[in-house]
Design a protein around this ligand. Structure first.
Ligand code: PGA
Length: 251
């Protein structure tokens, strides 16, 4: 059985006070629930340390939204893997489409970050996804293949168990337009096929592949009932404790 994982990507939302409120609502709301999946929150850097202490002894785990691949030195504005570890992060989102498009991150930069995260015992949530234009011109699979192959370049088979892949069609992120379960499943199955050919069938069958892009309480269960969809990376709907909890309960 593959592990199901629901992760909340807070993006650039919630100052310290708002973070404390959201986490306390989330942890108290989850405390009486039977949870069938792993739950991760990814607050902004400024709330990580506080989040880490607030989620102690709960089911919730901590992730960051980004990091740089160097250990330290003159990289103004950047945060390293060991810094994230030191404030209690277990996961880090890498290659999110907003990082790729707004901040110009390339496949090879993302590959360096994934390698550094693995070396530092941080588990990457590695995102891949096509734009609307790419989907409409029929190159979705080519784009996904390139992002997955380049992103995982030189990553050893034994490290794959530490990685989660998130399929996030760019056209579905924050737009309210969700991929249909069939559209999402097709790409998830394809990603599993790529991993099977890069590594082996065992590794690909055990890999958690999340879907992301306008996941809401109303569509989560149907998406996650697909054979190759093992959870969700949730943006907008994780900013309210009740909707995030509903998504978690739909697993
Ligand atoms: P969304 O964002 O749920 O708001 O579409 C998902 C993501 O970007 O991870």
């Amino acid at each position: 059985m593959r592990k199901k994982v629901i992760a909340g990507n807070w993006k650039m939302n919630n100052d310290l006070n708002e973070s404390q409120n959201l986490i306390s609502k989330l942890t108290s709301g989850l405390s009486n629930e039977k949870i069938n999946c792993e739950v991760i929150i990814c607050p902004p850097f400024t709330s990580l340390q506080e989040a880490s202490s607030l989620i102690k002894n709960t089911v919730v785990k901590l992730g960051a939204q980004n990091m740089y691949y160097e250990e330290n030195s003159a990289y103004t504005g950047e945060v390293s893997a060991s810094m994230l570890k030191s404030v209690g992060c277990e996961y880090v989102i890498l290659g999110h489409s907003e990082r790729r498009t707004i901040f110009g991150e390339s496949d090879s930069l993302i590959n360096k970050k994934i390698k550094k995260a693995l070396q530092s015992n941080l588990k990457p949530i590695f995102c891949a996804g096509e734009t609307l234009q790419e989907r409409e011109s029929g190159v979705t699979k080519d784009v996904i293949r390139r992002q997955v192959v380049e992103g995982l370049k030189d990553i050893l088979i034994n490290d794959l168990a530490q990685i989660i892949i998130a399929y996030e069609p760019v056209w579905a992120i924050g737009t309210g337009k969700t991929a249909t379960p069939a559209q999402a499943e097709e790409v998830h199955e394809y990603i599993r096929e790529i991993i099977g050919s890069l590594y082996n069938k065992d590794v690909s069958e055990n890999l958690t592949i999340q879907y992301g892009g306008s996941v809401k309480p109303e569509n989560a269960a149907e998406l996650m009932s697909q054979k190759d969809i093992d959870g969700a990376l949730v943006g907008g709907a994780c900013l309210k404790a009740d909707s995030f909890i509903k998504i978690i309960k739909s697993v």
